[in-house]
Write a protein that binds this ligand. Structure first.
Ligand code: COA
Length: 387
């Protein structure tokens, strides 16, 4: 296996991008990643494109070939990756495996989703497909509903409060004010969150990630080639992936995501690191309770202790551990297929020292955690500086 590095990153602004179609969003992200990597289209050996439900949201399938066509790549292999909200993280892992194995050298990995051209109800139905269609969606449950049940159980077992969940949202919206790519750049207070409309008790509008349009892209290369292309290649130290039951009802626990725990433990083992070594992390905050569970699943906190710590400011920008400097799914937005790739873009900027107003002072090791469905898929990556 070869060492693999990120040599280029690209991102579009997230939000309601009514002026841009799927093709424009993809081109914007892919072209800036290639420019950042100092490569031309003739250098690209393969591409992976993560998208969860482009057909449901825009009518467009066959997205990987579409990107290859749109960008004028000459007949390269192009593969779409779908793993619900973890499509982007999974696409990154496929790219990593392809380069590490020696099959291809320069691989572009992207993610895209355009969710705002349909009504919220249609979007909700499309997103519901990430759960068990027969046992969950058909019975009327939505994604906020599934995570609301996890939140209720966490509150019951550990005394987690709605105010502590609101503190997650306040932190992420605060970081989003410093990110020019973010959908929402407005500070929020605990009372803003607490007084926002109820979506699925106890989760309110401002506990939920929004519906978003956006795309993100990364260029991967073997480390020895990466060093020639770029002064600051970011090495992928671990890339892990685990799954669990699709149905929430059949999980071992409702207060955590076992797949994330397994993928997280494997990632630390492969990288020969521990949670204490991480300086900056982008975890999957699709709902505020999801970030609390992620921090426990990944071993940053013991079970039942993350909510209090986050509310006390331990994971704010430049505190003990900077978590979700981009503003996350909550504040930066959640175009589902793009999210896992965008997390890696943010960590790359942090480790290169290019995150501007939201730069973490000491950023040597970063982590991303991307979840699909209510926890049926989890993908974890750990990244490190090479200089
Ligand atoms: N966070 C912050 N603001 C939000 C928001 C969110 N999650 N969702 C909507 N808004 C804002 C909108 O921009 C809009 O503001 P405006 O009036 O200034 O334009 C306002 O709140 C009302 O938006 P609206 O579109 O009417 O909301 P909605 O009720 O149709 O949808 C949710 C709200 C929470 C149901 C929807 O965002 C949602 O389904 N989120 C979860 C997405 C999801 O499940 N993703 C997968 C996770 S696993």
């Amino acid at each position: 296996m070869r060492d693999v590095a990120i040599v280029g990153v690209g991102l579009t602004k997230f939000g309601e991008r009514w002026e841009a179609g799927l093709k424009e969003l993809m081109s914007e992200a892919w072209l800036s990643a290639m420019e950042d990597a100092n490569i031309s289209r003739d250098d690209v050996d393969m591409l992976f494109a993560g998208t969860m439900a482009s057909g449901r949201f825009t009518g467009q399938e066959h997205v990987a070939a579409l990107i290859a066509d749109q960008l004028g790549f000459s007949n390269v292999p192009a593969v779409r990756v779908e793993n619900a909200c973890a499509s982007g993280g999974t696409a990154l892992r496929q790219g990593y495996i392809t380069v590490a194995s020696g099959i291809h050298d320069i691989v572009v990995v992207g993610g895209v989703e355009k969710m705002t051209d349909v009504t919220s109800a249609e979007a909700s139905t499309a997103l519901g497909g990430a759960g068990d269609q027969e046992w969950e969606l058909f019975q009327g449950i939505t994604f906020p509903g599934l995570y609301a049940m996890m939140a209720k159980r966490h509150m019951h077992d550990f005394g987690t409060t709605e105010e502590q969940m609101a503190a997650v949202s306040v932190k992420n919206h605060e970081n989003a004010t410093k990110n020019p790519y973010a959908q929402f750049r407005k500070k929020m207070t605990i009372s803003d969150i607490m007084e926002s409309k109820m979506v699925a008790d106890p989760l309110k509008l401002l506990d939920c990630s929004p519906l978003s349009d956006g795309a993100a892209a990364l260029v991967l290369a073997p480390l020895e080639i990466a060093r020639k292309l770029n002064d600051t290649p970011i090495k992928i130290l671990a890339s892990t992936h685990a799954t669990d039951t699709l149905r929430l009802a059949e999980r071992e626990t409702l207060t955590g995501v076992k797949a994330a725990r397994i993928a997280g433990e494997a990632a630390f083992r492969h990288a020969k690191l521990t949670p204490k070594d991480i300086n900056v992390a982008e975890v999957h905050d699709c709902f505020t309770i999801a970030e609390i569970m992620a921090m426990e699943d990944l071993g940053f906190y013991k079970k039942g202790e993350a909510a209090k710590a986050i509310a006390a400011g331990e994971t704010a920008l430049n505190s003990k551990l900077s978590v979700i400097t981009s503003g996350g799914l909550k504040g930066c937005g959640h175009p589902v297929g793009a999210t896992g790739v965008k997390q890696a873009v943010e960590i790359t900027w942090q480790l290169r020292g290019e995150a501007k107003d939201r730069q973490v002072t000491k950023a040597d090791i970063g982590l991303t955690h991307n979840v699909g469905g209510s926890g049926s898929t989890a993908v974890v990556h750990i990244f490190g500086r090479t200089n």
